[in-house]
Design a protein around this ligand. Sequence first.
Ligand code: FAD
Length: 392
Amino acid sequence: MSEFLAAIRSFIDERALPLEREFLSRPFAEMEPQLARLRAEVEERGLWAPHLPTELGGHGLSLSEFALVSEILGETPIGHYLFNAQAPDIGNCELLHSHGSAEQKQMWLGPLSRGEIRSCFAMTEPEFAGSNPVWMATTARREGNDYVIDGHKWFTSSADGAAFTIVMAVTAPDAKPHERASQIIVPMNTPGLELVRNIPVMGDVGSGYSSHAELRFTNVRVPIANRIGAEGAGFALAQERLGPGRIHHCMRWIGICERAFRLMCERAVSRELSPGHALGEQQAVQHWIAESRAEIDAARLLVLDTATQIETVGAHAARDRISLVKFHVAGVLHRVLDHALQVHGSLGMTDYTPLAYWYRHERGARIYDGPDEVHKSAVAKRILKGFGLKSS
Ligand SMILES: Cc1cc2nc3c(=O)[nH]c(=O)nc-3n(C[C@H](O)[C@H](O)[C@H](O)COP(=O)(O)OP(=O)(O)OC[C@H]3O[C@@H](n4cnc5c(N)ncnc54)[C@H](O)[C@@H]3O)c2cc1C
């Protein structure tokens, strides 16, 4: 494992970081040819898709092993993409691997794991609170051997240029709330599926993989065979996907924190406030550095321990730990990035370092895959139940 980690580290340092400055100043779609060359190089070096099982061309790493890899990849905004370990494809691969039919695996999982296509996941709707995911209006009604899908989604990450989406749609309106919806594969070129626009996010409309789209489904017809798993199993599958998905984000955030920390320290010693007097001599900066170090180290231990728990008892039994780690590490990320940006002064606001990119794109960490408040309430309610609280 240590050799594997060293090989990944040297690829990130020697091949990925030199491309980063250009990546930060140009649209993703324009960078794709250069990124594709680096992806090919990752494959040639035998480092491709470390998280995937070996039968899918990966390295079959356990979750806690992948945590160590993901931390290194997270140090640059292009790391996970270069290794084909990026969300949302990573989650869709896991879902199809565990629950896809033989035909779905051949048609979608194979090309996805080989990096030939990309995918997205469309669940959230602009008109309904995403924090209450059972509440949605998108429907898939049966007509003969097909589903006909109508609905409106947004924040479908990476839809621009994706080959297919997995859409969450109500298939049994009268069933119990958690049994009403199913997950259905819809090729992005299906008639009636419109990518309305990429949504501007903090001043950046994005493109290609690095974007979030609004999608409209109008009489979109796909075979019933495109449904993943049983009818009505949509929420159960979403929970299965989101558990490991949340910890995947946390692993990546540790990498972002480490890079931001390094940049903060480098700036603290190189920037002089007056001749011979570095910024790092200021107590406020020293405190940010010490606090950040403590927070990152503690967050890493929590992530690794949660990964071990998921491996031992499964994502469902470890759901409280997943909620804890999700909001806790998102908060650490937020604070570390803020300190690092502050230490850089106006330079921190530019795209000459990755700090502003992360500040923009990772503010959402406290919102996506469950806002902080939802995770905190869920954990607290279960804790208080043990003390006798009767919850509504
Ligand atoms: C960068 C980014 C990428 C995303 N990618 C995808 C994607 O690929 N696919 C997809 O389907 N969706 C995606 N989403 C959507 C995301 O899942 C939703 O934003 C999230 O579920 C929250 O839903 P909402 O935005 O409707 O907020 P709402 O549900 O309207 O909540 C708004 C706020 O209310 C508060 N709140 C909500 N519930 C509670 C509660 N119980 N107690 C106290 N406070 C509460 C929280 O502070 C929350 O932020 C993405 C979002 C972002 C920001």
